[in-house]
Design a protein around this ligand. Structure first.
Ligand SMILES: [Zn+2]
Length: 1153
């Protein structure tokens, strides 16, 4: 239990709701766990109840927004204005920058006594440097005469002289450090492990920029004509005869499963139960979502072990025969060097089906068993089973043209794949909150019976398309926002004003609160305040309040945050060109730091650290002619050797910073130091922010497993033998608790850690990622980083990461109306109690998934309400509250639940739930629990909502007809069933990424988008209509693009016309296409332009830059590509969609019998 979420499973049913603990209940104090210190946000109690000083009513004004929207610098324009390769092209400092206005908050905290952070008693050793130690200049204001001066004893201070001298000095310094340390560790041979493109794991990561809104619309002319959902699918009778049901909500009967002549086809009798072990009489229920997955279910004796009767097998896909594609990799294939290296972790060699993974489903012979395979029996027609593409197209046709207006309770929004506009009329936009169901069962019994998890996926700072209005900022002056006296809910459209407007009744807890005099307003004849439409908090679903000092840490308004760039300068980082690349990029990127819309320049200060086994701090104070370096070589008790001059304003220190960034690559050019530390780097950043009394973000660029002697030192514990054992979970767990404790300290300071990893071998992402994860940071991974191949991707990621909208020192609380309660949380954050989600940083791409459970009955009349309140510090240091409200319906009929579900959101929740489960349970147990829960969901529908019919029919609720196909994708994903080349680090990385993904991202991640490029209309801006992810949908004469948010594949069939090949790749034949390139050549013809514009369009939609991989049919790389054809059986043993659907049907029938 070393990752935070494990420790914070929701309290059991029946525990009093936090909001009901009486008037003393601190609003943000939550329920402190024993031993956990009270939140430092004492002020979250909010304003004292009672009358405030009258304050004139304040209007509101549009939020000034974040620079990414408000400033002319968008990511797009950035991409064009910043040359991707800045090496050698020094950028002159902008001369237009006006001198920054002096601001009290942005001044370095020079008034601080040095002893506050210097730790005079710290016993730091003698620096390993051979250079003479110097005292810092006496003029430095952070060294008051009376303060102890440990700096001069424990750190090496070096003045950068004019280049020749200082370089010499630094070289000596570096040499000295090398001698003093690991002379034995020779640098690895250059180029080792740099694989050809085959070494690309699906790890490049992606989070989409915004919610669904940015999906490029498909024009009506492009996709298939709008068809009714029921087309081609015999519809079962409406569940309740006589009950009106919209045509869109009719259940789907999968024809292949019906009608039964039971002796043929995939009928009831064709399932293996008859041949398997006797089934236990009862089916134990799956663990409830909030529970830990326990031991393997005993209910599926024939799930793994019983061989399918020959007649029951669905057989393999009769896809186009391609050599070596269905079978295991031919043993004669010598693995490519890079490919082999990629397997350093979990798979030392390409493996066959794993005992627990392969052939999991009856009717799914795994690929190793083909020789003895029976002739393919009558097969379920893939065209007759629910198609994700059809569902997506139908929703686009039906719902893409009208704006989604949020005024009505319990409305199911359009799918995330539909391009639509949102009009906020009282409920939060689906870009901020999506729910698994918009109609909640009234009782917990109903909820348990259905097994449908009740969850909301919340993205509090989501980016909106330009056509939509940002949340308004409401300023109530010194009195702050109006809140319920008891549960502290914020004023919102659902509060009921009574007694002529003098009091209001809370929609969450029913408590009646006096309206503060300054907030009083008369009611109209309908009981509505007459200023209803003038106040966002009364009429809109989402808005912001300006927070008062009561909402600030230590009752003090915060300083603007700081960014600290911390660059690994060990041998690998220098040799690969990475250090130079980062330094060159930062010179221009620092001009694009986030800023408040009305500010001329960013309020964010910056600082710089480099490190290998020791840390180098830099004084870049504007008054210096040259930057100064200070080395801290005793990493055991990290401190920051300078305060004044470490965090600076970019414009003020422009020339010094530029000089530093020029010098860093030179200083370490000849380094032979291969070892690194890691935890001390984070500690240093944390201490610097503490000393400056601000929140901020660390950007750490790191290359290797930190094996140097230091706190947080790690060992290589990767062990492929653990896969498929009960100990597999340890691969996902951090190897030491050290980082959990460090994360806690970081969260307390508002120190968010973003991690850019460049590994050439295992570096233990599961452990290194802990602080990033728990501070709300982002992790990026570029395995076998090669400058020429990977720099575009890295630089695009870095630019976006530095510029994106982010809030600091954030605390989120989700309040609910009586009857349900938030019980569990998933995402990148830290929790010290059961209710408050704390994030040192929260950016516009991060989501938090919240699960709800009943603690009382709900009523159909009042429905259920959610209010998500996020307290955070803006990039300019303004303390704000962002409020999102959502009202849901409640039902007494299960059919209403099933009619108002959203499968994409359900899958987002289930994936996060499962990915957390692997920390504590064997992977197979987690997979079985998922299958079991979904079977229960569908069985409950069949039993209670569908009309009686033969058990041989598979009847799926219309809103969930894609649940089986999507669930199968989750089960086959690399975390739960790793592909052949996936490393332990890849799995830990993906696990971490998915945990923060929104619904649009999980949707495309688990079911990638496959576009036929050769069908693209070169004269139109639109995308070609997507096709299903199956090899049999591919034609040898076409080219396809597949994207999953991490990678973009361009697949080229062997029979593609030579002209098209020439147009796209600039070569004359198929055989000349190089898959070593990860870009498409810029050619002046319509097809090339069209394909490149599609790629660019997709890149813009995602929050991470996807790696482009060119795959030729029948090439070795094709195996990687096929891993993403998720409707097919996978080489690692994952079932095909058809087979899995049969399996689900069997599970459902077992539950019903
Ligand atoms: Zn209340």
């Amino acid at each position: 239990m070393s990752v935070n979420q494990q420790a914070h499973t929701g309290p059991p049913y029946g525990q009093p709701q936090p909001g009901y603990q009486g008037y003393q209940q601190p609003a943000y104090g939550g329920q402190p766990l024993p031993g956990v210190p009270q939140s430092q946000y004492g002020a979250y109690n909010g304003p004292m109840p009672g009358y405030q000083q009258p304050v004139p009513p304040q209007g509101y004004f549009p939020s000034l927004g974040f620079p990414s929207k408000g400033s002319p610098v968008s990511l797009n324009s950035d991409a064009s204005s910043l040359a991707p390769n800045l090496i050698g092209s020094l950028r002159a400092p902008p001369t237009s920058g006006a001198p920054p206005p002096a601001s009290a908050t942005s001044l370095p905290s020079s008034h601080l006594a040095y002893g506050q952070f210097g730790h005079g008693d710290v016993q730091n050793g003698i620096p390993a440097s051979a250079a003479p130690m110097q005292r810092p200049p006496a003029s430095q204001p952070f060294l008051p005469g009376s303060a102890p001066t440990p700096v001069s004893q424990t750190s090496t201070f070096q003045q950068y002289g004019p280049p020749p001298a200082s370089v010499q000095q630094l070289s000596n310094h570096m040499a000295g450090m090398t001698i003093g340390s690991t002379t034995a560790s020779a640098p690895p041979p250059a180029g080792l492990g740099y694989g050809p493109p085959t070494s690309i794991p699906p790890v490049s990561g992606s989070l989409s920029a915004t919610g669904s809104g940015l999906y490029t619309p498909y024009t009506a002319s492009q996709g298939p004509p709008p068809t009714s959902v029921s087309q081609g699918l015999p519809l079962a009778q409406p569940p309740f005869p006589g009950q009106p049901i919209s045509t869109q909500r009719l259940p789907t009967q999968v024809p292949g499963f019906a009608p039964p002549p039971s002796s043929t086809g995939i009928g009831p009798s064709s399932y293996p139960p008859t041949t398997g072990a006797p089934r236990p009489p009862t089916m134990p229920g799956p663990p409830l979502p909030g529970q830990m997955v326990a031991g393997p279910p005993t209910s599926q004796p024939n799930h793994v072990s019983s061989p399918p009767p020959p007649s029951a097998t669905s057989g393999p896909h009769p896809g186009p025969p391609m050599s070596g594609l269905h079978g295991p990799p031919p043993p004669t294939h010598p693995p490519q060097p890079g490919y082999q290296m990629q397997q350093n972790g979990s798979y030392g060699q390409v493996r066959g089906p794993q005992p627990n993974y392969g052939g999991a489903y009856p009717g799914t012979p795994n690929y190793g068993s083909q020789p003895g395979q029976p002739p393919p029996p009558k097969r379920l027609d893939p065209d007759s089973i629910p198609s994700p593409i059809q569902v997506i197209e139908d929703d686009r046709s039906n719902r893409g043209s009208e704006p989604f207006v949020t005024g009505v309770r319990g409305q199911v929004p359009p799918l995330v794949t539909t391009n639509f506009l949102v009009k906020d009329q009282g409920n939060a936009s689906p870009r901020y909150i999506r729910c698994t169901s918009y109609n909640i069962p009234c009782t917990s019994d109903m909820a348990k019976q259905s097994q449908v998890p009740l969850a909301a996926v919340i993205k509090p700072l989501a980016t909106l398309p330009p056509e939509e209005t940002l949340p308004y900022l409401v300023d109530h002056g010194e009195s702050g926002p109006v809140r319920c006296n008891r549960c502290k809910a914020y004023m919102c459209p659902f509060m009921q004003f009574i007694e002529g407007g003098r009091r209001f009744q809370c929609c969450f807890c029913s408590c009646v609160t006096e309206v503060p005099p300054h907030y009083f307003q008369h009611l109209d004849h309908t009981g509505k305040r007459v200023d209803f439409y003038d106040r966002p908090e009364l009429s809109m679903g989402s808005y912001e309040f300006l927070a008062t000092v009561d909402y600030c840490k230590n009752n003090k308004f915060p300083s603007p945050p700081a960014f600290i760039f911390m660059i690994d300068v060990s041998y690998n980082a220098v040799k690969s060109g990475l250090v130079r690349l980062i330094c060159e990029e930062l010179k221009s990127l620092l001009d694009y730091l986030p800023r408040e819309g009305n500010m001329e320049e960013s309020a964010i200060r910056v600082g710089f650290v480099t490190y290998n086994k020791v840390l180098h701090f830099y004084n870049v104070k504007s008054s210096l002619a040259q930057p100064q370096m200070m080395v801290v070589s005793d990493v055991a008790d990290m401190f920051v050797p300078l305060l004044d001059g470490f965090l600076v304003n970019v414009n003020e220190s422009r020339t010094v910073i530029a000089s530093l960034l020029d010098q860093i690559p030179e200083m370490f050019a000849d380094t032979r130091e291969t070892e690194t530390v890691f935890a001390p780097v984070i500690q240093a950043g944390l201490e610097a922010l503490k000393a400056a009394e601000c929140a901020g973000k660390l950007f750490i660029f790191h290359t290797s497993l930190p094996i140097a002697e230091a706190p947080g030192k790690l060992k290589n514990r990767d062990d492929k033998k653990l896969i498929n054992t009960d100990k597999e979970k340890t691969l996902f767990q951090p190897q030491t608790n050290f980082y959990n404790n460090l994360a806690k300290d970081c969260v307390a300071q508002g120190c968010c850690v973003d991690l850019f990893l460049f590994p050439n071998q295992y570096l233990d992402v599961a452990t290194l990622g802990v602080v990033t994860y728990q501070t709300g940071g982002s992790i990026y991974k570029y395995a076998y980083f090669q400058l020429e191949i990977d720099q575009d991707r890295f630089l695009n990621d870095l630019r976006r990461d530095v510029q994106k909208e982010v809030g600091f020192d954030a605390v989120m609380r989700v309040r609910t109306s009586t009857g349900i309660r938030a019980t569990d949380f998933f995402g990148a954050f830290y929790m010290s109690n059961t209710t408050d989600v704390e994030m040192a940083g929260l950016d516009c791409d991060k989501t938090i998934t919240v699960e709800f459970k009943h603690d009382d009955k709900l009523s159909e009349d009042s429905g259920a309400l959610l209010q998500c309140a996020l307290l955070y510090t803006s990039c300019a240091g303004q303390r704000r509250l962002r409020i999102h409200n959502l009202s849901l319906n409640c039902c007494t009929q299960l059919a209403d639940l099933y009619r108002n579900c959203e499968t994409d959101t359900l899958i987002n929740y289930l994936a996060k739930y499962a990915y957390r489960g692997v920390l504590g349970s064997p992977v197979k147990t987690v997979r079985d629990a998922l299958i079991n829960q979904c079977a229960q969901i569908l069985a409950c529908y069949r039993k209670n909502c569908a009309s009686p019919s033969s058990a041989g029919q598979l009847i799926l609720p219309e809103c969930m007809k894609l649940l089986p196909v999507y669930l199968n994708c989750v089960l086959k994903s690399d975390v739960l069933q790793p592909g052949l080349e996936v490393t332990t680090d890849d799995r830990a990385y993906i696990r971490q990424l998915v945990t923060s993904m929104d619904v649009a991202e999980t949707n495309v991640f688990f079911y990638p988008r496959l576009l036929p490029l050769t069908k693209a209309d070169v004269d139109s801006d639109s995308l070609p209509a997507a096709i299903r992810n199956s090899e049999e949908r591919l034609s040898k004469g076409d080219m396809y693009l597949l994207e999953n948010g991490l990678n973009i594949f361009v697949w080229v069939g062997v029979n593609v016309q030579q002209g098209l090949i020439q147009n796209l790749f600039g070569v004359s034949s198929f055989s000349q296409i190089s898959n070593a390139s990860n870009t498409l050549p810029v050619l002046e013809n319509p097809f090339s332009k069209k394909v490149r514009s599609i790629v660019d369009m997709l890149q813009v939609q995602r929050s991470r830059y996807m790696k482009l991989i060119i795959v030729k049919q029948e090439d070795k790389l094709e195996m990687l590509f096929k891993h993403f054809l998720v409707e097919d059986k996978s080489l690692s043993g994952g079932a095909s969609y058809v087979d899995f659907l049969c399996h689900m049907h069997k599970e459902i029938r077992q539950l019903l019998s």
